[in-house]
Design a protein around this ligand. Structure first.
Ligand code: FES
Length: 150
């Protein structure tokens, strides 16, 4: 694997930044890639339209881990509007590039961010909705772990 990835990618794969969970996150959402079955669960702390913190659990390939790590570094402090403009290719550029067959892996965290902002805005305007964490955790973490191991 190390021959396939550059040093920056290897560093983020071996020492992922911001991995974990946030208690009392304003937004919790899981997004999967139906093509490969990998998925990411992100926790977003949002204050006055700004993403003040992000953590994630990722169940996927080395590039999915590295891009989630770099993506989380790049988006902290962005406004929700900026997040909607954020592109997966910004992650691969910051990583110094990914092998062509791994380019799509950066879509995982970028899609989760876009979906998270959309859900957050939708639910914020509907006071009858259930609290998000319970509604949005589609699979338990144990289920996700089992899925990743299979
Ligand atoms: S192969 Fe699925 S995210 Fe990398």
């Amino acid at each position: 694997m190390s021959q396939m990835y550059n040093e920056i990618v290897m560093d983020h794969f071996q020492n992922p930044r911001n991995m974990g969970r946030i208690e009392n996150a304003e937004m919790l959402i899981q997004v999967g890639d139906p093509g490969c079955g990998d998925s990411v669960l992100i926790f977003m702390k949002i204050d006055e339209e700004v993403l003040t913190d992000i953590k994630y659990k990722v169940y996927g390939c080395g590039a999915a881990i590295a891009t989630s790590s770099m993506g989380s570094e790049l988006v902290k402090g962005k406004t929700l509007d900026q997040l909607l403009e954020f592109k997966a290719k910004e992650i691969s550029a910051a990583l110094g590039g990914l092998p062509v067959e791994k380019e799509h892996c950066s879509n995982l965290i970028a899609s989760a961010l876009h979906a998270g902002v959309a859900e957050y805005r939708k639910n914020r305007n509907d006071p009858d909705k259930q609290p998000l964490p319970e509604r949005k955790e589609l699979l338990s973490e144990e289920d996700l772990q089992k899925k990743a191991e299979n």
